[in-house]
Write a protein that binds this ligand. Structure first.
Ligand SMILES: *[C@@H]1O[C@H](CO)[C@@H](O)[C@H](O)[C@H]1NC(C)=O
Length: 409
């Protein structure tokens, strides 16, 4: 009788163990794949956190080579570029009295089921009442002629990647002001001191189609510091806030071309069984600030005359470094690096008219870090209350940080 009872007991135990296991697997699955983002916190925890012990190299680096530019798919890039030019041409022809300047319009993008507009976003609209506010969902019709665009867009596994591409498309086609949903308006756009050159009277007004801010400006950062801070560049432009005062910025067109081309490359080189993986660094590189920053510097390099002051100062800064000198030919490449934007205190603007004959970059302004990139413990950024601050970025608690930061941040 005793042995029968034991048998029943052990069967019973196995049953419980199995059930526990099944329960755990289901729980882990739910936690990993279906956890909603944590509640919004009010403070920017990243800005208040101590930086890691400083880790600097003696030689600054003002140039970064993305592996995606080593063997670019020039044929596909040309196709996309041509398709975009045609879209631009059609828009210009359609509209009587064509003028590339844009209405004052704010764009924000909300994708996915857990994302709702919260106070930052609503305040952004209210702080800028004279601007139209547009929350766009999708604009595939406008771009249906771009080869593979829809297919590549649909291939992205996360909304955060799609939202990168959408902001470039929106600002290129419509122009206007883009801000992520967690961007707080420290000032209204029109009272931002750094943007005043754009609203000067007619005679002194700059002809600029893109305004960008700085997010990272640490040319001396060592590889270790970069790893610890999860940086993919020693310098980086912001793309959580962007302003396109004019439509069809040639720089944004190049960004779109590269995002699509690099996504294709990424898919092509991915593991046959697992498919393309989008880890944080890949996203930053393929659709995020990596490709964005490179495209700005590269388009400037391709369109400014070799005697331009940005080229001069880039070459001068490289004198003791040698990143611009070809190791095979010894010839110095005359191009724009990060050097002219290192620790700038005033906006650095290039007017559209400064491009070489027959070339076009549409004009661009780069704003000092504290205008849009304040509240960070690096790059000489001032805090959220800096007098230069025009937006405060709360560094989204969505995919990069999430619950870990919410509890341990
Ligand atoms: C601004 O620059 C563009 C070239 O990017 C040019 O087509 C346009 O005529 C310029 N506008 C003004 C007002 O100078």
């Amino acid at each position: 009788m005793g042995s029968r009872r034991q048998k029943m007991l052990s069967i019973h135990t196995i049953g419980v163990r199995k059930l526990t296991l099944v329960f755990l697997v289901v729980l882990i699955y739910l936690v990993v794949y279906h956890l909603p983002p944590p509640p919004k916190t009010k403070n920017n925890t990243r800005a208040d956190r101590q930086p890691p012990t400083y880790d600097v190299d003696t030689t600054p680096r003002y140039l970064h080579s993305s592996r995606f530019r080593e063997d670019p798919d020039s044929e596909y890039e040309k196709k996309v570029s041509d398709a975009l030019s045609e879209i631009e041409g059609n828009a210009r022809r359609r509209e009587h009295n064509w003028d590339s300047s844009t209405d004052d319009r704010i764009w924000q993008v909300a994708l996915g089921k857990y994302i709702e507009r919260d106070t930052d976003s609503i305040e952004f609209e209210q702080e800028n009442r004279e601007w139209a506010y547009s929350a766009s969902k999708l604009i595939t019709e406008t771009f249906s002629s771009v080869p593979d665009l829809k297919q590549l867009y649909d291939s992205y596994p996360y909304h955060v990647i799609r939202s990168d591409l959408i902001r470039y498309l929106l600002l290129w086609y419509y122009g206007g002001f883009y801000a992520d949903m967690d961007v707080y308006p420290a000032r209204s756009i029109k009272t931002c001191p750094a943007l005043q050159p754009l609203w000067n009277d007619e005679a002194r007004r700059l002809n600029v189609s893109l305004v960008v801010g700085i997010e990272i400006d640490e040319p001396h950062a060592s590889p270790r510091l970069m790893r610890e801070w999860r940086w993919i560049r020693r310098y980086q432009l912001i793309q959580y806030t962007m302003y396109a005062p004019r439509r069809f910025s040639p720089i944004l067109r190049e960004v779109i071309v590269r995002v699509l081309a690099h996504t294709r490359q990424h898919i092509k080189h991915s593991n046959f069984f697992r498919g393309p993986q989008y880890k944080e660094n890949t996203i930053l590189e393929v659709t995020g600030p990596g490709v964005f920053t490179d495209a700005v510097l590269d388009v400037l390099s391709q369109t400014l005359p070799p005697t331009h002051k940005l080229v001069e100062s880039s070459v001068d800064a490289d004198a003791d470094i040698g990143d611009l000198v070809s190791s095979s030919t010894g010839v110095t490449q005359r191009r724009v690096t990060w050097a002219p934007f290192n620790r700038i205190r005033e906006p650095v603007c290039v007017d559209a008219s400064e491009a070489s004959e027959g070339k076009s970059m549409g004009g661009v302004c780069v704003l000092p870090i504290s205008v849009w990139g304040n509240g960070q413990r690096h790059s000489g950024a001032e805090n959220f209350r800096s007098i230069h601050a025009c937006v405060n970025h709360r560094f989204g608690r969505t995919w990069r940080k999430g619950w870990m930061e919410y509890f341990f941040g």
